[in-house]
Design a protein around this ligand. Structure first.
Ligand SMILES: NC(=O)c1ccc[n+]([C@@H]2O[C@H](COP(=O)([O-])OP(=O)(O)OC[C@H]3O[C@@H](n4cnc5c(N)ncnc54)[C@H](O)[C@@H]3O)[C@@H](O)[C@H]2O)c1
Ligand SMILES: *[C@@H]1O[C@H](CO)[C@@H](O)[C@H](O)[C@H]1NC(C)=O
Ligand SMILES: *[C@@H]1O[C@H](CO)[C@@H](O)[C@H](O)[C@H]1NC(C)=O
Ligand SMILES: *[C@@H]1O[C@H](CO)[C@@H](O)[C@H](O)[C@H]1NC(C)=O
Length: 417
């Protein structure tokens, strides 16, 4: 585990990530002998640097002490798309934030942006660690005084989950168990959990309420449902305050252009519609393929509920503020209004100003016609409602970041082979 507490950042900013991908037992990468040697060398260098520079864990660190009036939030997956936006919002609202991420999918660049915005001591620290490793997770909880956890870290692509289900059960379900165990052991009292509308599967009746029966139809949705079950069963005999948020389709980015969505290039094939739209607008892919124009919807294409990430992180802060010991809150986070794929594509064309080529193809098996939320419970109980409900505006904001960050946050720092 590397602890990039702020202040030591500058001296190391370019080095640590030669670490990423270190213990990737990836069977698809055969030709990684040279990579391993480079890695070993880098690692040795890094160890020397650490021995020289890194004061070992400091028990008087601000992050290890509770301070009245300061809420210290652990943001897992805080280098990722949603987690980084949540961390930004928390920091802006004067929370103390620790990000734990192993950068398997997130971006160190996003963490650096946050560190530059909030350089004061005691505001933000980044810890490089794998939540799949209970020992390092325990150590993190032992050395830091967290008041709450927002657990975003996960793998999150439906298509990929059907190809590699174990990756999903491990990285979602099993890692959530590790986090909850550490919270129980170290008496961290509040958990905000990132769940998804994929836990509902294909309900017959729309809109989806929190009472809609959950029958997930892919490993992603099932793994998230199992993680919810673990949390709910645990909460029955504990005093933990739990909020489970089931997000619909997340889009957009920071309106001030500081953060964006930058998934790894290799994940593009599993990608989400907004990513595909921007890739098409940039000419990285030839165009968009809309699958299915004969659904029973007004224009024949599928309908989804798109929620802007700014609203989504606002829901997290409201959930945190309303969390009460021994209570569980489960909320859909959506706009309550569906948009068709055709509407999305039109909004994307306008937002990017590019006349993206669109091919209309037959249906893809497993897609369902219409999914949208009933967000009335979260309005009633948390006074939250989506504010950024204009698709074109949300996409315009995201496109602005995409255009000025052609390379995302920079070259991925994983050692490739
Ligand atoms: N994006 C959406 O539309 C959407 C919809 C519903 C729910 N969600 C949920 O929101 C959460 C965040 O999603 P996102 O879109 O920001 O994904 P993301 O891939 O951008 O971020 C996930 C982060 O978790 C980190 N991570 C993964 N496994 C880890 C591990 N074992 N140890 C440490 N760090 C690890 C990754 O490095 C990455 O930074 C996920 O739980 C996802 O299931 C997302
Ligand atoms: C990061 O976490 C993932 C998910 O648990 C794990 O499979 C991967 O090996 C880890 N990578 C690194 C570099 O620690
Ligand atoms: C967890 O996900 C990562 C990719 O993010 C993958 O490399 C790893 O193999 C997964 N872990 C397990 C145990 O499947
Ligand atoms: C609910 O939120 C609105 C702003 O979105 C605010 O004006 C109002 O005061 C809030 N109501 C309560 C009861 O907190």
């Amino acid at each position: 585990m590397l602890n990039f507490a702020r202040g030591r950042r500058e001296s190391r900013s370019n080095r640590p990530l030669s670490l990423g991908g270190m213990d990737y037992p990836d069977p698809k990468r055969k030709n990684n002998f040279v990579g391993k040697i480079i890695l070993a060398a880098a690692l040795t260098a890094l160890c020397i640097i650490m021995l020289k520079q890194s004061p070992s864990f400091n028990p008087t660190s601000t992050f290890s002490r509770r301070e009245s009036g300061v809420t210290h939030v652990l943001v897992t997956g805080g280098a990722g798309y949603i987690g980084s936006h949540a961390a930004l919002r928390l920091l802006k609202d004067s929370y103390r934030v620790t990000i734990v991420d192993n950068l398997s999918r997130g971006n160190l660049g996003a963490v650096k942006v946050l560190q530059q915005l909030f350089p004061e001591p005691g505001r933000l620290q980044f810890i490089y660690a794998d939540l799949g490793d209970p020992k390092s997770v325990n150590k993190i909880f032992a050395e830091n005084a967290f008041d709450a956890v927002m657990h975003f870290a996960a793998v999150a692509y439906v298509g990929e989950s059907t190809l590699d289900p174990l990756k999903y059960y491990h990285n979602i379900t099993s890692n959530t168990l590790v986090v909850v165990e550490a919270m129980a052991k170290h008496r961290v009292r509040t958990l905000i959990y990132s769940s998804t509308c994929a836990t509902y599967g294909e309900p017959e009746k729309m809109p989806i309420t929190e009472e809609t029966t959950q029958v997930p139809i892919n490993p992603y949705g099932k793994a998230k449902k199992m993680a919810e079950d673990i949390i709910l069963d645990f909460s029955k005999n504990s005093n933990m305050a739990v909020m489970i948020l089931r997000y619909f389709n997340v889009i957009g980015s920071d309106p001030e252009g500081r953060l964006g969505e930058a998934p790894r290039p290799e994940l593009r094939e599993h990608g989400r519609i907004s990513g595909a739209c921007f890739d098409a607008a940039r000419g990285i892919i030839p165009g968009l393929k809309v699958r299915g124009t004969d659904y029973k919807t007004a224009d024949g294409t599928c309908i989804r509920d798109y929620i802007d990430v700014t609203d989504l992180v606002d829901a997290h802060v409201k959930a945190l503020e309303h969390a009460r010991p021994g209570k569980v809150g489960i909320y859909n986070v959506g706009t309550g209004k569906g948009s068709s794929v055709k509407e999305f594509v039109e909004a994307c064309k306008k937002a990017t100003g590019v006349n993206i080529k669109v091919d209309f193809l037959p249906r893809r098996p497993g897609d369902y016609a219409e999914v949208y939320s009933d967000p009335s419970k979260i309005l009633r109980e948390l006074n939250w409602t989506a504010q950024h409900t204009n698709l074109q505006e949300s996409l315009q904001v995201a496109w602005r970041w995409q255009k000025s960050h052609r390379d995302g946050y920079g070259t991925p720092m994983v050692v490739s082979s």
